[in-house]
Design a binder for this molecule. Structure first.
Ligand SMILES: *Cc1c(COP(=O)(O)O)cnc(C)c1O
Length: 393
């Protein structure tokens, strides 16, 4: 009905439903259950749940449904299922589609918990996992086979910001009938072109840019109506990873401004990367928007922008990295990303601490690496803050 709206219009209006009071802002339906007008009506609803009919908040809720409709319209998928966190979305999507004996090929550079789900949990249930270097298409070609049920990747990896050629990986995967599942957090719903490039299932941690203000956990799985309603929904409704109506309302408010926020944050990230490039204390400034980024050309064609995160690799290692982090006055030390506040992390000692030393090196997580999620502050203040910090090393 509203298919030809632009993204920003969808972000403000898509899926809105008003109660008899005609409220302007979305209502929070903070209710676990729903009253049926009669026993017959209850029976009928359990036989078939119609549009805008609900049974129990673990299955669905009016506020959550508005969020699902809005994000699906934004991503260009037929449907979406909202979850309690990004990890509930990743584990839900994969567990719902896979069974013992299936084979999955995944990029090696993954968010730690995603790697845990593949290597520790799914492997325990008889799913075979092959890890590849996501930027090497020959490795994807060599790894897929007729029994490959899914390929899994982060379109831009954390924290070294490698960009994977999604269109080519999708062609390789579809050649053997495998589904393409992407964890699209770093691309953001604003810059994502995952649907047109061939992704079948697109997952977001809503905790990041969708909330955008560091308040609530949430996640979402986007895909075809058949996949969402017949594969994901039965799994999620019986295992209990539903998004709360209150958090759905927070995410809806986040979506209203996400286009403005992410574009402003990406512009600042680009400006910071350019300002710091060539600094003698830095071995590398990693940002997909810099022409010297190894996958700059791919990033340019497959994303509407280069993202809100950059990484800095300090020549003098951990000690220098800690000095810089401790000297910053505007940016805060934390491990979230996509927040309105600029957030800095030392991956080697925090988010990726668990990894063995050789794997850290293989993934480019050096002792001097700092990940910076750029916020909404004045970019001149951020650059001055980082420059003053570098002078303290
Ligand atoms: C944060 C994050 C997740 C997990 O999301 P939560 O909401 O914290 O559960 C998964 N993948 C990526 C790439 C992330 O950045």
């Amino acid at each position: 009905m509203t298919q030809d709206w632009g993204k920003r219009t969808k972000l403000v209006h898509q899926g809105a439903r008003r109660s008899q009071y005609g409220e302007v802002a979305e209502a929070i339906y903070l209710t676990q259950g729903f009253v049926y007008p009669s026993a017959e009506a209850a029976e009928a609803r359990f036989v078939e749940t119609g549009a805008d009919e609900f049974i129990y908040a673990r299955y669905g809720n009016p506020t959550v449904a508005v969020f699902e409709e809005r994000i699906a319209a934004l991503e260009g998928t037929e449907d979406a299922f909202a979850t309690a966190s990004g990890m509930a979305a990743v584990s839900g999507a994969l567990s719902a589609m896979l069974r013992a004996g299936d084979h999955v090929v995944s990029a090696r550079a993954l968010f730690g918990s995603c790697l845990y789900i593949l290597e520790e949990i799914l492997a325990r249930y008889g799913v075979e996992i092959t890890l590849v270097d996501g930027t090497d298409l020959d490795q994807w070609r060599a790894a897929v086979r007729p029994g490959t049920k899914a390929v899994f990747l982060e379109t831009v990896s954390n924290p070294t910001l490698e960009v994977i050629d999604l269109k080519s990986v999708a062609e390789i995967a579809h050649g053997v009938g495998a589904q393409v599942v992407v964890d699209n957090v770093f691309a953001t719903p604003v810059f994502s072109r995952a649907t047109e490039l061939g992704a079948d299932v697109i997952i977001y941690s809503a905790t990041k840019h969708i909330d955008g203000q560091g308040r609530a956990l949430g996640g979402v799985i986007c895909g075809t109506r058949e996949f969402i309603r017949n594969t994901v929904e039965p799994y999620m409704k019986h295992t209990g990873g539903a998004l709360s109506p209150f958090n759905a309302w927070i995410m809806l408010n986040g979506l209203t401004t996400i286009d403005l926020r992410v574009r402003a944050q990406a512009a600042s990230a680009q400006a910071i990367a350019e300002a710091l490039q060539g600094d003698p204390r830095l071995a590398r400034v990693i940002y997909p928007g810099l022409p010297d980024h190894p996958q700059h050309a791919i990033a340019k064609t497959q994303m509407g922008g280069f993202g809100t995160v950059l990484s800095l690799d300090l020549k003098s290692g951990k000690e220098a990295a800690f000095r810089l982090l401790n000297a910053l006055n505007v940016a805060v030390i934390s491990n979230n990303l996509g927040d309105a506040r600029t957030i800095v992390t030392h991956p080697a000692t925090t988010t990726h601490q668990r990894l063995p030393e050789d794997q850290k090196i293989a993934l480019g997580i050096t002792p001097g690496l700092i990940r910076m999620s750029v916020g909404l502050e004045d970019v001149a203040d951020l650059i001055a803050d980082i420059r003053a910090g570098l002078d303290m090393i």
